[in-house]
Write a protein that binds this ligand. Structure first.
Ligand code: FES
Length: 65
């Protein structure tokens, strides 16, 4: 998946917001709603965003495409 079907937001859009506002993955999910409705996109979203998250204890594990 490359987008959250429930919210209509692309992962790229969420990533841009993350970078612009200095958000963690969890913060970006909370603010956009992505991954919080049916959760089907959550694994792919976290993998996608995890590549761009600032280092910290909540950073997701490395994803294998
Ligand atoms: S597809 Fe993202 S929450 Fe449903």
């Amino acid at each position: 998946m490359t987008a959250c079907e429930c919210t209509g937001r692309s992962f790229e859009e969420v990533e841009l917001r993350m970078r612009r506002d200095g958000l963690s993955v969890i913060e970006a999910e909370g603010l956009t709603g992505c991954g919080s409705i049916c959760t089907a996109c959550l694994p792919d979203l976290r993998c996608y965003l995890g590549r761009h998250e600032r280092p910290g204890p909540r950073a997701p594990k490395e994803c294998v495409p």
